[in-house]
Design a protein around this ligand. Structure first.
Ligand code: ADP
Length: 389
């Protein structure tokens, strides 16, 4: 079977999805991950076709290179698989990449040059690309970016009010979760062509969370900026904090840059406010008032950003909820629905409890949808196009 491999490499895991190619379409056949890359690594594979679940322990740290080699070898040894190409999720494409790109040496160098803009993610994304270039140089690779979809935004939406010399250093609003927004824009076209042709705000609410205003399916504005820290509170990330507060922590509270980084990326957001958990399911199940406060703060920030994004796109025809919280949390959707009443949204609570997909009431001026996102499928589709099939 002609196949495509999609890789999503993080700091401690290498997630993969294997797609069968059927004409111009792709179908997920297997997915899994090499977990705990820096400890006792473990391979987990779920085979959708065979209905099997395989786990293999290694008893040592494989690291990104060996984990990639392991996957390549496994698929090369499987006579049922003929690997056509590999698609990679890459967090940062800078200003240069407004679309997926076929990887060559020059692209790898360009991606590495972007490491300073995303030091916590980009090196891990590039590691498997390098590994495959060395191990299987003839295998086509395609890089798909979280930032690319937002390059359609007006220049003003991508700017900070900083001097030109500082902006020239690349300090601008890039935006993230672009593969998710692109997927949702495509699905919305199938579900609600009217809304897809108009003004939509998509709420990508997972462990990382952001929102994006779309005009006719193109990104006009988004809540994340230079890094994936700006905007909404997230599982463990603070979202927007006055930069003056960061300077205060550095200047007056004896914290160094690494300590502030750890605070804002790993100890804040739902986790920091609740002091219980970063996980929405646990917070919703908890009777602790701090859990309720964390959820309420998230919803409040979503409500305010919604007003801002609706202003950026000149009104609102539809809202889309997606990712773990957006797809599953009846409570968050209901609360956000109330906060968006002034924009003309009325949620049908019964439809909301069923997870829609349409959760707005018949008389609601703004339509609201719940649409599961699929960033891996988006990467597979891009990869297929880039290799000319
Ligand atoms: P990631 O950004 O890591 O891909 P996900 O999109 O999987 O994250 O979202 C994870 C979040 O979704 C967690 O906060 C989790 O608790 C939440 N979530 C998942 N299922 C539910 C549910 N049934 N109800 C409420 N929240 C949920």
């Amino acid at each position: 079977m002609s196949s495509l491999l999609v890789l999503n490499a993080g700091s401690s895991s290498l997630k993969f999805s294997l797609y069968g190619v059927e004409g111009a379409a792709v179908r997920l056949v297997r997915h899994g991950q090499v977990e705990n890359l820096l400890g006792n690594s473990r391979l987990v594979i779920d085979d959708a076709d065979a209905g099997t679940h395989v786990t293999q322990e290694f008893g040592e740290a494989l690291g990104h290179h060996r984990a990639t080699a392991l996957l390549l070898q496994r698929f090369a040894e499987d006579p049922s698989i003929e690997l056509l190409a590999v698609g990679h999720r890459v967090v940062h494409g800078g200003t240069r990449y407004a679309a997926p790109v076929r990887v060559d040496d020059e692209v790898v160098a360009a991606l590495e040059a972007l490491v300073p803009l995303a030091p916590l993610h980009q090196p891990h994304n590039v590691a498997p690309i390098r590994a495959i270039s060395a191990l299987a140089p003839a295998l086509p690779q395609v890089a798909c970016f979280d930032t690319a979809f937002h390059r359609t935004q007006p220049e003003l939406a991508q700017m900070y009010a900083l001097p030109a010399a500082i902006r020239a250093k690349g300090v601008r609003r890039y935006g993230f979760h672009g593969l998710s927004y692109e997927f949702i824009a495509g699905r919305l076209k199938e579900l609600d062509a009217g809304a897809a042709g108009g003004r939509t705000v998509v709420l990508h609410l997972g462990n990382g969370a952001s929102m994006c205003a779309l005009q006719a399916g193109r990104s006009i504005a988004t809540t994340m900026g230079f890094t994936a820290l700006e905007g909404l509170p997230m599982g463990t990330r603070s979202g927007s904090v006055d930069p003056g507060a960061v300077m205060y922590l550095l200047d007056q509270c004896g914290m160094d840059v690494r300590a502030v980084e750890h605070l804002l990326y790993h100890e804040s957001g739902l986790k920091g406010v609740s002091e219980l958990s970063s996980d929405m399911r646990s917070l919703e199940a908890s009777g602790d008032p701090r859990a309720a406060l964390a959820i309420e703060l998230l919803c409040y920030r979503i409500g305010r950003e919604l007003g801002s994004l609706a202003a950026a796109v000149g009104g609102l025809d539809a809202l889309v909820f997606t990712a773990g919280i957006g797809e599953n949390s009846v409570r968050v959707r209901s609360r956000v629905g109330s906060l968006a009443a002034w924009l003309g949204l009325a949620v049908n609570e019964e439809a909301n409890r069923r997870h829609g997909p349409l959760i707005s009431a018949a008389h609601s001026r703004v339509r609201a949808w719940v649409i599961p996102t699929d960033e891996e499928l988006m990467i597979a589709q891009h990869t297929l196009v880039e290799i000319g099939i």
